[in-house]
Design a protein around this ligand. Sequence first.
Ligand SMILES: *Cc1c(COP(=O)(O)O)cnc(C)c1O
Length: 460
Amino acid sequence: MKKNVPHRLYLTEDQLPKQWYNLRADMKEQPAPIINPSTMKTAVLKDLYPVFCEELAKQEMDGETRYFDIPEEVMDIYKVYRPSPLCRAYHLEKALDTPAKIYFKFEGNNTSGSHKLNSAVAQAYYAKQQGLKGVTTETGAGQWGTALSEACSYFGLDLEVYMVKVSFTQKPFRKNIIETFGGNVFASPSDRTEAGRKILAVDPENSGSLGCAISEAVERAVTTEGYRYVLGSVLNQVVLHQSVIGLETKKAMELLDEYPDIVIGCAGGGSNLGGLIAPFMADKIKGKNDPRIVAVEPASCPSFTRGVYKYDFCDTGMITPMAKMYTLGCTFKPSANHAGGLRYHGMSPILSKLYHDGYMEAVAVEQTRVFDAAVQFAKLETILPAPESAHAIRQAIDEALKCKESGEEKTILFGLTGTGYFDMTAYASYNEGNMSDYIPTDEELKPSIDAIPQIPGIQE
Ligand SMILES: *Cc1c(COP(=O)(O)O)cnc(C)c1O
């Protein structure tokens, strides 16, 4: 007899994971090592110390340690907003008339409104441990800056946030929250950095990009005493911290005697997806189970599906280390028409490697279909999803509809990464019928892909 599945299942406090899981330890082949652009050689640990906190740099470079203890001080904050619930989308299943079971892990139930707090807390903790004064970062849509401002205020750290100008203008409330928690926010490109001034000199109206905001934040970190840089996605350390999502999910599903046939997540830089899939991917790698794992990205910023697997900079300013990843080129600028987040040019090196080796699939979806799914889901499940999360909803619905056709009772799991209360401009444009789709042509993608740097002896 199958267990009776509640609408929302919360683990108890003593069932919470006490360690993060490092998927790299179980990968058959490691992701390619990062390259230090000043030597054009594989980066070593000490290359990272001017930029990152030492503990975080160690986590970044460690492909062997399978489990990292979650520090007690981090656990203390996790317990304020975790566990996050594993939800069964009964109403959506019924409306779709599908035999599939649809589960989602909901990470939006904290003030930051997204999964990003999981890594923000960890990163702020390690910065404080090291005795730093403050940290710098970039934020695109604003969720990372919000999460980090909460974490920094908790641990008593100063914070400088470089916010992509278009979001700064469109989402003033995000800025207000960051400031409420004591963070300082600057529209990027700004005149506070060399990288920002360079861009403004050529194009004073530049609306910014994540890559440019990263350049500014890194520049400030390495030139300001007692500061380091922190990043909310892409990096191995972030995927490590986000493994709490997957570990909780797997535990909760075990309690229900369930196992997903399909695991779906939206992919911007890959952190929520990397965290959600970690324990399931481990089963797949070890041959214990064989779930399909699907990354969903916007058709307007299609790193996995139309990018190339190459070494590239993580930022537009070309000052960060270079990582081998699926990338559209660090000079790629997503269309201004694109409203739904997930606009980063690259992708987590861990996920890139797994995708390259055939362990996971990727699909690109258009934003009007994403918002169709968001609104359908909101009405049925009473959660207003973040547009990013709605990419995963779209794919979950499409998979459930395929099950309806075939009559298969598959178990579908997706990550609902956050809520969309600060994305009402996008919802408004959808509701008013003004939203359109934009799929770049190959010609439009070519210049930034062609501009991916060459590395003598490694990448010609
Ligand atoms: C940042 C963000 C994402 C995308 O980032 P990943 O690193 O790919 O997880 C997805 N959903 C929400 C709500 C976010 O804030």
